[in-house]
Write a protein that binds this ligand. Structure first.
Ligand code: ADP
Length: 588
């Protein structure tokens, strides 16, 4: 805030008026004092003169031979010498002689208290200011009256007087000097005051400006502390306050950054909702889980920002009741399962609520996979078990006596048991691979030789299918576990053979950057587009009705082995034209 300019002027005017009023009062007192002192001094001097004159007059009067002319001469001489009006007043109050005027023209002076005081009360002198002897009011006189005695008796009163107007110029000069001095002092005081006021107001303005800049966010700005008065103290106090606020703000911002970092590294979503239903905070996990951006959501009302009705309801209920509410929701389109808990902040919903979102999708997937797995295993075991049971019952019911049938049944039962055994083996293998307990030992091996060996093994099995290999000129050396890679090849060739009634199967090895790509291509039945993404899933069979002895676990095991080797596997296929399974393995 800045003082308005008019206020500055008003303060300056008030200060000037105060200075001049004080000086006026002091000057008036001084003028009175000086004037009184001046007149008192004059009266003192007149007093002494009156004594001198009265002594001379007493001398003349005491001489019985004196003449009025002699007295007249003395008085007029003394009047001239003293430059004053000298008057001799008889004991009856009549003027005997006056240095300026004929005594006959002057009235009796007995009415004057000072004359009476000297003549009848025997006072040695009386001084004062009074009217002229002729009784007119034409200019006041300063006088002193002393008695003239003959022996012990007061014979006359001697009055020495000068007009006040005579001393007035001196007094006026004094008044003028005092006035000039007062004006000078006044101007000096006003000047000095204005200078001090300017300096102080400049410092105050600097502090005000500093406070303004601070309020606008400039936390680095500090006020200069160069002046040496209270303003410096003000500036120093302001600066220290600014330092404290800045350090508090930086502490708070560090705390807030820590909190934000913490919230953003949390896997659970966190949303803070005010009592009026507005969102004030949302961490990145919440953004991701709810599929909205915090920039849009913060400041918006919950019902506007959140699409899910159940979460809205759980938050609204918690806000209404001030109690913890919880729900599980499935969010589309990503099919995310969330556990949403709304907790009132600080124990009361007046402070808003905290909405935490825990992602249950993975847990649900595990549950589903487990459920599917149990269903699949039971399904796969049910048919061989059922046929074994039927055969056992048939044997019990008498077929055992028929040697040929019995042997046939036993052979078939043996096959079913082998199938179940193979499936259990496959499951165990898959479980070992998935748990990572049985990692393949990666050693250099001749991939070309391994491929040739498996091809030779398969080549003689079926006449309708031609097997051949396309290998690089120099042997392809890979890093891998020989028996596991052989298992992969055997599995892929087995599948190719099972799905190719007539045609060819080709195994090729190609060098790629840092790895070898092994492709098994057949010209068989191929796989329909809708099945392609699922062929590597456990128990997935393209044709469930076909009883070819497969468990649907082969490709899942192959994928696990390839991945454990640091490679990848993929399939390309066209229904009716054949399929190509290709995997990569690290080069040595
Ligand atoms: P299985 O052990 O039952 O063969 P797999 O996991 O090896 O199971 O194969 C999964 C499914 O993929 C099978 O149902 C099979 O029909 C299909 N399949 C695999 N290889 C081929 C191929 N080369 N041509 C056509 N279908 C194939």
């Amino acid at each position: 805030m800045r003082l308005p300019r008019s206020l500055h002027w008003r303060i300056a005017l008030a200060y000037t008026a105060l200075i001049f009023a004080s000086l006026g009062i002091v000057s008036l007192y001084l003028v009175g004092f000086v004037r009184d002192t001046y007149i008192a001094n004059l009266q003192d001097s007149l007093d002494r003169q009156a004594h001198l004159v009265s002594a001379r007059v007493s001398g003349v009067l005491s001489d019985s031979r004196h003449s009025d002319a002699e007295l007249q001469l003395l008085i007029s001489d003394l009047g001239k010498v003293l430059d004053a009006r000298v008057t001799v007043i008889g004991a009856d109050g009549k003027v005997i002689i006056d240095s300026l005027q004929s005594s006959a023209q002057l009235p009796s002076q007995f009415g004057r208290s000072e004359v009476r005081a000297v003549l009848s009360q025997n006072l040695s002198t009386v001084a004062g200011v009074g009217s002229p002897l002729d009784g007119t009011f034409d200019g006041a006189m300063i006088y002193a009256v002393a008695p003239a005695t003959i022996g012990q008796d007061v014979a006359a009163a001697v009055r020495v007087a000068v007009p006040v107007s005579r001393v007035q110029p001196d007094i006026n000069r004094l008044i003028a000097s005092i006035a000039v001095a007062a004006v000078l002092v006044g101007l000096l005081s006003v000047g000095a005051g204005y200078f001090l006021f300017r300096r102080t107001s400049r410092s105050v303005r600097a502090v005000t400006e500093g406070a303004n800049r601070f309020a606008q966010g400039d936390l680095v700005h500090r006020v200069s502390e160069t002046s040496s008065d209270e303003a410096q103290e003000l500036a120093a106090t302001f600066n220290s306050m600014a330092d404290t606020i800045r350090s508090m703000l930086s502490d708070m911002s560090a705390e807030s950054s820590k909190l934000t970092a913490m919230l953003d590294t949390m896997e659970d979503g966190v949303v803070v909702i005010e009592a009026d239903g507005r969102i004030t905070l949302m961490n990145s996990a919440a953004e991701w889980l709810l599929d909205i951006s915090a920039r849009d959501a913060v400041g918006a009302r919950l019902v506007e920002a959140l699409r899910d009705h159940e979460i809205q309801q759980v938050a609204a209920l918690s806000l209404d009741t001030g109690q913890i509410r919880q729900t599980e929701v499935e969010l589309l389109p990503h099919r995310r399962f969330l556990n949403a808990i709304a907790t009132p902040l600080g124990g009361s919903s007046d402070n808003g609520i905290l909405l935490t979102l825990h992602d249950l999708t993975a847990d649900r997937q595990v549950e589903n996979t487990l459920r599917e797995f149990v269903t699949n295993v039971s399904h796969e075991l049910r048919s061989p078990l059922a046929s074994v049971k039927v055969m056992v019952e048939t044997l019990e019911e008498g077929a055992l006596d028929d040697g040929r049938t019995a042997r046939n049944f036993l052979r078939r039962m043996n096959r079913e048991v082998d199938r179940m055994n193979a499936m259990v083996e496959d499951l165990l293998e898959l479980s070992r691979l998935e748990s990572g307990h049985q990692l393949p030992s990666l050693t250099p091996l001749n991939l070309s030789a391994l491929v040739s060996e498996v091809i030779v093994e398969y080549g003689g099995r079926v006449d309708e299918v031609a097997f051949h290999a396309r290998l690089p000129q120099s042997p392809a050396i890979a890093l891998g576990d020989r028996s596991k890679l052989r298992q992969v090849l055997v599995n892929l060739l087995d599948n190719a053979l099972k799905n190719t009634e007539s045609g060819s199967v080709e195994v090729s090895v190609n060098a790629e950057e840092g790895r070898h790509r092994v492709s098994v291509r057949d010209t068989g039945a191929g796989i329909a587009r809708e099945h392609l993404p699922h062929v590597f899933e456990r128990f997935y069979k393209v044709d469930r009705a076909r009883r070819d002895g497969g468990t649907g676990l082969g490709l899942a095991i192959v994928q696990q082995i390839v991945q454990a080797h640091g490679g990848e596997i993929c399939v390309e296929s066209e229904e009716g034209r054949g399929s190509t399974f290709s995997f990569t393995v690290l080069r040595h």
